[in-house]
Design a protein around this ligand. Structure first.
Ligand SMILES: [Zn+2]
Length: 158
């Protein structure tokens, strides 16, 4: 279900091996350790992917869309815990699909701002995630009947 590049990035993040500014600085590269998205806090994995004001705005939209009432995650550990728990709000496979896509989109946004000087607003990032989720579910539509239910779950709070 998950695309290989999303799964690979999740693996890198899980092992805290992303080349964030804080890690690059610790290698002796003379860079600012500040976040590429907000420039107001050190760019650690947890800050960049979960706590940054830009990332938080994306998570608020994504979590609301999935039907959750909480708006984000304080730590990577609490995020992974939430991601591994089956609950009645959203199918686990949809939670994972959407979360992986969100993490990937935030990392892509960070790199676009850093390397290309292009900024995309959180609502637009959210719309791109939405399109990706629809395309992914539609792409699997004929292989399993359960994907119809996934699409219904995703569209329920649209
Ligand atoms: Zn930030």
């Amino acid at each position: 279900m998950a695309t290989p590049r999303h799964a690979f990035l999740m693996w890198i993040a899980q092992n805290d091996r992303m080349p964030t500014r804080v890690r690059l600085t610790s290698w002796g590269l003379g860079l600012s350790p500040n976040c590429c998205l907000c420039d107001s806090a050190p760019e650690t994995r947890d800050h960049l992917l979960l706590r940054c004001e830009v990332s938080e705005q994306v998570w608020v939209l994504v979590l609301r869309r999935l039907g959750y009432t909480h708006s984000g995650f304080i730590t990577w550990t609490s995020f992974i815990e939430w991601l591994s728990i089956k609950d009645s709000t959203a199918p686990l496979i949809l939670k994972r699909l959407v979360s992986h896509a969100t993490i990937y989109s935030i990392w892509v946004e960070r790199n676009k701002r850093l390397h290309d000087g292009i900024s995309t607003s959180p609502p637009t990032i959210y719309r791109l995630i939405d399109r990706h989720i629809r395309d992914t579910i539609l792409g699997k539509h004929n292989s399993k009947k359960s994907f119809k239910n996934l699409m219904l779950s995703w569209l329920r709070n649209d």
